[in-house]
Design a protein around this ligand. Structure first.
Ligand code: A3P
Length: 277
């Protein structure tokens, strides 16, 4: 459909399913859902409602790009289609596969204090049906008082290691880091940075958020979806769970383990996340 205003073509193109212009690639349990939901407040964002796991799961990748495109919501050409699958960040194959789809795609990575991320990840595993995990302390430590750094719960927090894999294919200018802590404490400011990175006009503002005391997290108010109606709400119950208390000794062990990797990350991405905070 073509709209002409003052003789200037405002060709927004047809409503079509398009490959994503931006992907939230991770990191799992850092606030990826909150980031996606809050971005949907922006009228120029169209988000895929579920995790497609195209680039990290061979059986999906084998179905081809057309299959992937068909999973996307309809959009006009001036809107930004966004998909989020947190498994991409730590996947060995995903960087090259994403690059083969588009060398210009923008990548969003939300990161959170890796120690808190580990506890969150563990909590999710422990709550799975029929799960019988040992308590957190025993899950991340071996008998001989050595950290189990090979466990996903621990190793996925070494963000810099995975970032190097992505940087083999994408320049840092195409990768934006979101602070998981700031997304909770100051969602407007954090989302304004994302709007800028995605070259979206500034729309999201303080009025889009309220702190829900019962939830313990910011919740949103905005025109989300095609009907243009104002909706409000919090993320569902599985987001923002109570964590099991963890002994100071283990917290310190984890903080010390992550610290050099965190420092390297701050240097590379030129932002200090101030973990632990
Ligand atoms: P916890 O449930 O461990 O607190 P993901 O969506 O990547 O799985 O991340 C889940 C985490 O998002 C939650 O971990 C929670 O801390 C965080 N989060 C950030 N903003 C949130 C919000 N507004 N509502 C609920 N959870 C939020």
């Amino acid at each position: 459909e073509n709209n002409f205003t003052n003789g200037i073509s405002n060709n927004t193109g047809n409503l079509e399913k398009r490959l994503p212009k931006a992907i939230i690639i991770g990191s799992a349990k850092s606030g990826t859902r909150a980031l996606l939901v809050f971005l949907k407040i922006h009228p120029d964002v169209r988000a895929c409602p579920y995790e497609v796991h195209f680039f990290d799961r061979d059986e999906n990748y084998a179905l081809g790009l057309e299959w992937y495109r068909k999973r996307m919501p309809k959009s006009t050409s001036n809107q930004v289609t966004i998909e989020k699958s947190p498994g991409y960040f730590v996947s060995t194959n995903a960087p090259e596969r994403v690059f083969n789809m588009s060398k210009d795609v923008k990548l969003l990575v939300i990161v959170r204090d890796p120690t808190q991320r580990a506890i969150s990840d563990y909590t999710q595993l422990a709550l799975r049906p029929n799960s019988s995990l040992p308590r957190f302390e025993d899950y991340v430590m071996r008998n001989n008082n050595i950290l189990s750094t090979e466990r996903g719960v621990v190793k996925f927090g070494v963000y810099i290691r995975y970032l190097w894999n992505w940087m083999k294919f994408f320049p840092l200018s195409q990768i934006h880091f979101v602070s998981g802590e700031e997304l909770v404490e100051n969602p407007t400011a954090e989302l304004k940075l994302v709007e800028r990175f995605l070259t979206l006009r500034p729309v999201i503002n303080e009025n889009n958020f309220y702190f829900d005391k019962k939830k313990g997290f910011p919740c949103f108010i905005g025109k989300i979806g095609f009907d243009g109606k104002t909706k409000s709400g919090c993320l569902k119950g599985s987001k923002g769970r109570k964590h099991t208390p963890v002994s100071q000794h283990i917290l310190t062990r984890l903080h010390n383990y992550y610290q050099p990797y965190n420092e390297e990350l701050y240097k590379v991405v030129k932002r200090n996340f101030h973990w632990p905070r």
